[in-house]
Design a protein around this ligand. Sequence first.
Ligand code: ADP
Ligand code: MG
Length: 176
Amino acid sequence: MVHELYRREILSTSPEQTAAIGVWLGQVLPPRTCVALDGDLGAGKTTLTRGIGAGLGSYPVSSPSFTLHDLHEGGRLPLSHCDAWMEGRELSFLEDGGSEWLVSDGVAVVEWAERVKKWLPSPRMSIRIGHQSESQRSLEFTVLGSQEPLDGLAKELVDLLAKLPEGGALLPEGFQ
Ligand code: ADP
Ligand code: MG
């Protein structure tokens, strides 16, 4: 049984701010973290992931919508970026190795996580992005895992999120 262990919501007022929140996450997330992203098309899942890539090691991260999966190595930790977009792709996603991509020694980020929920590791960090207006997005962070006592990764994630600054970190020079 997966429980909600912690929840925090942040409002982002620009794509740069969403990316900067990603940069902060990329700088601090511990190994073996799965970040499960949900939100409609255009919510900002890839924008946040690009920030996470920059925070981990300045990788240029693009949308893997057509490739299902990209692996970026060479930074602080490897980044496994998956996209479970489109109903019915779950099967090819999993046949192509999806259940391994979701569990990484580094950081695994999955867009449209709800679609592959059954295979997501526990504990994990879930981020639901809500479309508030043209430039405003709500970012709802939840740490999921087994019930207390909290230890290991779940505790690290809860402690980190409590320290997450509203505006994230600075964007690296040349970030676009
Ligand atoms: P998704 O991967 O969820 O489909 P993308 O990150 O590809 O979404 O696209 C998000 C779009 O929304 C971009 O065009 C971006 O410029 C725009 N946008 C506007 N405001 C924000 C915001 N506060 N955070 C993130 N993206 C935003
Ligand atoms: Mg996307």
